[in-house]
Design a binder for this molecule. Structure first.
Ligand code: SF4
Length: 319
C-alpha cells in the first residue's frame, strides 16, 4: 500500500441527521478523536508514505475546533502540502465569527475547504450559513473552495430531492472561484434505510463490480487513502475496516494489508457485491429484497453479515 492521503473522521457527532448519511452521523452520536492518537497515527503514516493530503471530516468537524486545529498544526509540521476540511457550514452564523474562524485556520495552514450543500444537508443547515462559509473561504483566498452535492440516482433523475438541490445550487453560481462537484448518492447507511423507495430497484441482483470510493483514489489492491475514525477503525468504505489502530499499531495494519486475505474485500474484488449476497444466502439470508445498485446490495449484505465479521465490518454504528 502506498498512501497519498489520510482522512481523519474527527467525530460522528453532527448537528444534522441527514437522510443520506453513510456514517449515520447525528446529534445522538458521541465520541471524538483524541489528539494524542492523531499525532501518533499521522506521524506513523507519514514516515512511510510521504502524504500529499490530510482531510478532516466527520460527522461535523467544526464541533471540535481544538481538535481541528491540532490536526492542521500536526500536518503543517510534517510539511504535508494539502490540508483540507469538509463541513456542512452550520457554524457560519454571522460574518465576524466566520471570518475569524476561517482566518485562524488559514493562518495555521489549512489549504482547502469543502462545504456540503444539497437538499439533504439543507433540511438542517440554513443555506445562508453554508453560503457565508463559502464566501468567506473565497474572500480569504484558500487554495481550494469546493461544494459537494449528492443526487438521488443521476443528476437528471426527476425527484423532489434533486429538484431541491438544483434550486439551492442556482443561488450559488454567482460566487466565483468555487469548484462544484455533483455526485450520485450511494445507498448505504441511513440512505439505504430512508431513500431506497425513491429509486427503481433492479429486476436482477446487481452483478457489477464495486465502484470503490472515488474520494479515496486507487483501488482495493492499492488504496491511495485510508479513513481513520475516533474509535481507531481504519476503513476503505464506511463500515468496511482493515484494522483498528487502537488495538494494534497503524504501521502493522497498513503493512499487513492484503486484499486477498480480507474476508469481505477479497470477495468484493473477485465477484463484486453479488459474492456477499451469495455468502449471506449460505448463512440464511432469505434473498427477497430488490436492490437499486451494487452499493445498495453491498451495504445490505454487509449489514446482514456483520455478526459473522465484526472485526471487518466496523464501526457497527454505520449499519
Ligand atoms: S460496492 Fe460496497 S465496498 Fe464498494 S464502494 Fe459500494 S458500498 Fe463501498
Amino acid at each position: 500500500m502506498q498512501l497519498k492521503g489520510v482522512d481523519f473522521l474527527v467525530t460522528f457527532r453532527c448537528p444534522s441527521v441527514c437522510k443520506h448519511c453513510s456514517y449515520k452521523a447525528g446529534f445522538h452520536r458521541t465520541g471524538f478523536i483524541h489528539v494524542a492518537h492523531v499525532t501518533t497515527w499521522l506521524r506513523a503514516i507519514h514516515e512511510r508514505h510521504q502524504l500529499e493530503i490530510v482531510t478532516i471530516h466527520g460527522g461535523e468537524p467544526f464541533l471540535y475546533m481544538d481538535i481541528v486545529k491540532h490536526i492542521v498544526n500536526e500536518a503543517r509540521l510534517l510539511n504535508i502540502p494539502k490540508i483540507h476540511i469538509i463541513t456542512n457550514g452550520y457554524w457560519a452564523k454571522e460574518d465576524r465569527g466566520t471570518e475569524k474562524k476561517l482566518q485562524g485556520l488559514k493562518q495555521m495552514g489549512l489549504t482547502g475547504i469543502t462545504v456540503s450543500i444539497d437538499a439533504f444537508h439543507q433540511e438542517y443547515v440554513p443555506i445562508e450559513h453554508a453560503k457565508r462559509a463559502i464566501q468567506w473561504s473565497c474572500a480569504l483566498g484558500f487554495e481550494t473552495v469546493a461544494v459537494d452535492s449528492y443526487y438521488l440516482g443521476s443528476e437528471k433523475d426527476d425527484n423532489h430531492y434533486n429538484a431541491e438541490t438544483e434550486r439551492i445550487l442556482m443561488d450559488l453560481q454567482t460566487i466565483g472561484g468555487v469548484h462544484f462537484s455533483k455526485y450520485t448518492l450511494r445507498l448505504e447507511g441511513r440512505g439505504a434505510d430512508t431513500l431506497s423507495s425513491y429509486l427503481k430497484p433492479q429486476h436482477e441482483i446487481p452483478s457489477g463490480s464495486c465502484p470503490f470510493r472515488f474520494w479515496l483514489g486507487g483501488d482495493f489492491s492499492n488504496p491511495e487513502t485510508v479513513e481513520i475514525d475516533h474509535a481507531g477503525n481504519v476503513t476503505l468504505c464506511p463500515g468496511l475496516s482493515i484494522g483498528n489502530a487502537r488495538d494494534e499499531t497503524l504501521t502493522d495494519i497498513l503493512d499487513r494489508y492484503d486484499m486477498r486475505t480480507h474476508p469481505v474485500i477479497s470477495l468484493l474484488k473477485e465477484t463484486g457485491p453479488i459474492g456477499l449476497y451469495e455468502l449471506a444466502k449460505r448463512k440464511g439470508y432469505d434473498g427477497t429484497q430488490a436492490f437499486v445498485d451494487e452499493c445498495h446490495l453491498c451495504y445490505t449484505m454487509r449489514k446482514y453479515l456483520k455478526p459473522y465479521y465484526t472485526r471487518f465490518l466496523s464501526p457497527s454504528a454505520c449499519y
